[in-house]
Design a protein around this ligand. Structure first.
Ligand code: SF4
Ligand code: SF4
Length: 475
């Protein structure tokens, strides 16, 4: 179950994804409707468009700084509470799409990964297709403490999660669709199994499987998945696509893909867990851009007086200093309110707990010392770049040493190289101004009806996806 929140305003950062910020297409005073595109990728950039999840007037366009330090232009829209939406948001009329058209819809819907670094989904799908992946993996693990937004998405919309996964699996040419879920999540497992049973006759070309994982944190990172499912230890720069012929997507991202493919809905809202370690727990369906303060004011049972508000999960998230002006972004799955604890900082006592808990089998205390002494090369040889920033080592350290910040920021540079390989391998297209600008001007929807328009795609009919849209379905 989730609560629906209609905020008084939204603050839409133009950069909520991996890549460069989009450019605002509206001006102060403009009226926007639900679903309207308010930011487009600039010519020649790796980016995704941004859409409004409310109707109202643009009150401000200025630069903001997100808690992770990213500076980005942001469009603020005051909610008129009329919920006026674009007429184009309705079930798609066609039943047949080419793979290219499906990826075009997903790109134009502004969809990026909702569980990690916000990699543009269309680019990732394109890379998977180019690498001829066979296994399409759907991450339903959500192992972060207190965070249950993905699990709620599965419970409430299992058919959308499964249909989105099937459509994307078919688009990349995979032969298997595999859902990864914790063995303890019986309700969600059952919901997925029921949905698979319902739709499997429409996707006879796909095999289905549900793989059970132990309940622990972290679980869903692609290198851990590669080790668990394929017995491979991927080194930096190796991809799941190339090394295991598999691709991994978050289940909420798959839900968003099906909303775009079947109902013309862009990425404009998401489910967010609002949770505290001392009290309360909520899941809220909110327009993207909702200020954190409005989430908290709707969660009265969560005490946030002297506690820390964390943008993200309590182990790896970042403290929010200004809840009024910090929005929920496309990748925000949880806002945590945790007790402020001042752990006394003492020298390392060599207890070994940090090494014991590290999912990447590193020695965080050794690496930390090397980095402190400026021995970056040695730290890299010790595996520092494999750090996935899970936060476990800092959490367990009895000496209160913040190992994660220094190791993860050293490793971060490597991760940028890793994600950048998308640009090399996605086969795409950095879009031109002619490609994007005109289709978004004014009140245009992002999504034209692509159905039955595959004559000029140059793709053979064997490349087409026949999707089981329900006729007369209400959005
Ligand atoms: S944050 Fe610490 S425990 Fe987690 S992967 Fe990095 S070094 Fe290992
Ligand atoms: S957990 Fe802390 S005290 Fe223990 S070995 Fe690691 S850094 Fe040292």
């Amino acid at each position: 179950m989730f609560e629906r929140i209609y905020p008084s305003k939204i603050i839409l950062p133009m950069k909520m994804h991996y890549g460069v910020p989009a450019t605002p297409t509206v001006s102060v005073g403009d009226y926007v409707r639900i679903g309207q595109c308010v930011g487009v990728p600039e010519k020649g950039t790796f980016s995704v468009p941004v859409h409004s999840g409310i109707s109202g007037r643009v009150s401000d366009i200025s630069e903001i700084v997100l808690p992770n330090g990213i500076k980005t232009p942001a469009v603020t829209i005051l909610n008129d509470m009329k919920r006026t939406r674009l007429e184009s948001i309705k079930p798609r009329s066609g039943f047949k799409l080419s793979a290219r058209e499906a990826m075009g819809i997903i790109r134009d819907a502004g969809i990026c990964g909702m569980g990690g670094e916000g990699i543009p989904t269309a680019a990732k799908l394109r890379r998977a297709k180019n690498e001829a992946v066979q296994d399409f993996l759907v991450n339903c693990l959500q192992s972060e403490p207190y965070s249950t937004s993905d699990l709620v998405a599965i419970t409430e919309y299992p058919d959308y999660v499964v249909l989105g996964s099937c459509a994307c699996a078919r688009a990349v040419g995979a032969s298997k669709c595999v859902f990864l879920i914790s063995e303890n999540r019986k309700e969600q497992r059952q919901a997925l199994a029921n949905s698979i049973e319902k739709i499997k006759d429409d996707f006879k070309d796909l095999q289905f499987d549900i793989k059970l994982f132990r309940e622990r944190f972290p679980q869903g990172y692609y290198r851990l998945v590669a080790r668990a499912l394929y017995g491979k230890n991927l080194v930096l720069g190796e991809t799941l696509e190339k090394s295991c012929k598999a691709v991994l997507f978050n289940c909420s991202t798959m839900l968003a893909c099906w909303e775009a493919l079947s109902d013309n809905i862009p990425m404009m809202s998401r489910i967010v867990s609002v949770t505290g370690d001392a009290s309360g727990g909520h899941n809220m369906l909110v327009p993207i851009g909702t200020p954190v303060s409005e989430l908290l004011s709707n969660a009265q049972d969560i005490k946030n007086g002297s506690d820390r508000i964390v943008w993200g999960n309590c182990l790896t998230g970042i403290e929010v200093k200004d809840a009024e002006n910090t929005p929920v972004v496309k990748t925000t799955s949880v806002i945590s309110v945790v007790r402020r604890m001042d752990v006394p900082r003492t020298p390392c006592i060599h207890c070994g707990l940090c090494s014991e808990c590290c999912p990447m089998n590193l020695s965080p205390n050794t690496i930390y010392e090397m980095l402190n002494q400026g021995l970056g090369q040695k730290a890299a040889e010790e595996g520092a770049r494999d750090c996935i920033a899970c936060g476990c080592c800092s959490y367990v350290c009895p000496s209160g040493i913040d190992l994660t910040t220094s190791i993860a920021s050293f490793a971060g540079e490597g991760r940028i190289i890793e994600v950048n390989s998308l640009l090399d391998n996605s086969g795409a297209e950095i879009r031109t101004a002619e490609d994007v600008d005109m289709s978004y001007v004014g009140e245009a929807s992002l999504l034209e009806d692509y159905a039955d328009s595959d004559e000029d795609t140059g793709e053979s009919s064997s490349d087409s996806l026949t999707l089981p849209f329900e006729k007369d379905k209400k959005v």
